[in-house]
Design a protein around this ligand. Sequence first.
Ligand SMILES: C[S@@+](CC[C@H](N)C(=O)[O-])C[C@H]1O[C@@H](n2cnc3c(N)ncnc32)[C@H](O)[C@@H]1O
Length: 271
Amino acid sequence: MSRRGSNEASPSGSPRLLRVEEEGKTHLFTETLARPPSLYGERVQERPGRSFRFFDPFRSKLAAALIRDPRLPLPAPGARWLYLGAAGGTTASHVADLVGPTGEVYAVEKSPRPTIRLLSLSARMTNLLPLLADARRPTEYRSLVPPVDGLYLDIAQPDQSRIAIDNARAFLRPGGLLLLFLKTASLGRDRSTETQVRAIEKELGREFRLEPPLSLAPFHRAHLLLTGRSVAVASPRPRVEQRPAARRILRSPPIVRAAKRPLRHRGGPRS
Ligand SMILES: C[S@@+](CC[C@H](N)C(=O)[O-])C[C@H]1O[C@@H](n2cnc3c(N)ncnc32)[C@H](O)[C@@H]1O
């Protein structure tokens, strides 16, 4: 894309997000951690000393949400995120870009086939940590994931609010951010979409201070984003480094973790 005639707004929400306005359209790019800079064939924009890769709103619901709402709260540099439903890692890799080299993204996917691609992407991004696990069973990865600043859900399951709450209780720090993507077609047909969404908001509303749902049309039809902040008052659980079993479990199935580097048991979560 030519920079001629384009209007680069100052990165809104994140210093690692580049927003280019061109011919009435918004194009998003994340500052890439991958070397070479393109991870899956996406185009790259170079800036002095920095490389940004295209964040496609038709491939990623997060990119679509960022175009629909430029003030959307974002994964911050240095933050730690738990990402449920990572699939092959397309969006998770951009979240890893956004948290940058000092942040971490724990990417949970239950299906082995996309996990193969997730593993191969993560081999080129040291802060993207794949876990082959079922998000309905956070106890399976509880020993591996430290407290997090943000929880991302994109699993298109009817019980996703329950899954969000269970994972938030296990991992999310008080005040932490929730980004939950709802595929309204997968909510079931026994009640209207509005009724179903209201029920989900009610359930999540006990644990999160929610913003109104954001539609992702025209990029993703029948998809909504629910954003919220955890209202939990206590720390979700003891810090990982207090539990000696964690390192042993890292090496045992069914959880696969790309062994790119030893798990760093850092201090508590960061804001
Ligand atoms: C819509 S896709 C995710 C796309 C991905 N977030 C992206 O933007 O690149 C949903 C994924 O959630 C996974 N999934 C569904 N139920 C799950 C569960 N209980 N635990 C973990 N992953 C699950 C599916 O296997 C699928 O890969």
